[in-house]
Design a protein around this ligand. Sequence first.
Ligand code: NAP
Length: 189
Amino acid sequence: MPALRIQGYVIVSADGMLANADRVMPDALKFEGDKQFFTAALDRADLIVHGRNSYEDQPNSPRRRRIVLTRTIGSIAPDPENPKAVRWNPTGATFEAALDFAGVNSGTVAIIGGPDVFGMFMDRYDTFWLSQAPRVRLPDGEPCFPGVPQHSPQEILAAQGLRAGDRKILDAADDVSVTPWRRAIASRP
Ligand SMILES: NC(=O)c1ccc[n+]([C@@H]2O[C@H](COP(=O)([O-])OP(=O)(O)OC[C@H]3O[C@@H](n4cnc5c(N)ncnc54)[C@H](OP(=O)(O)O)[C@@H]3O)[C@@H](O)[C@H]2O)c1
């Protein structure tokens, strides 16, 4: 799929969590600077991919084409509640088949969670945008990726061949930042 760019987005607490112990993203993990960054990125994306509980809930959400993962169907089906959405069960159909069904064959795909969905695409990201809130801790929370907290989110991205670029501050008061983790391009011999 060379015509597609796969990008991941998450904001995590200092202990690598994307939600609290109730599997809910708490207000403590919501920051205006990160919200603006995330909103602008999704406005540029051609397709959003997420699990059934990870919608972004923004004013432009109804305009965005999306694929929603669910085990309530066998393979691929239209979403009866959203004409812009396709439901997909990866057990029954490939991602390429879901893309065809959604009518997207080029452009930028934004993967926005949850943890299992991030994990599924781990070997396919061109860039993973890791936002961090270092002053927030979510004990017993929901880890952002499979393998956290045994490994840090950064260790997991690095193990997939992604390399950290320059960190950008999104909210100076709380030291919230985003770091792009980009796939290293193999150099020619
Ligand atoms: N901090 C952040 O940046 C961030 C990012 C993303 C999410 N979150 C938050 O984290 C929480 C994530 O919720 P969650 O753990 O329930 O994850 P989720 O991936 O949003 O939703 C889980 C559901 O998605 C479907 N699903 C996931 N993987 C699947 C697979 N491989 N095959 C088929 N269906 C699959 C299933 O739906 P069915 O039950 O319909 O089968 C599953 O019950 C939410 O509170 C969300 O707001 C935070």
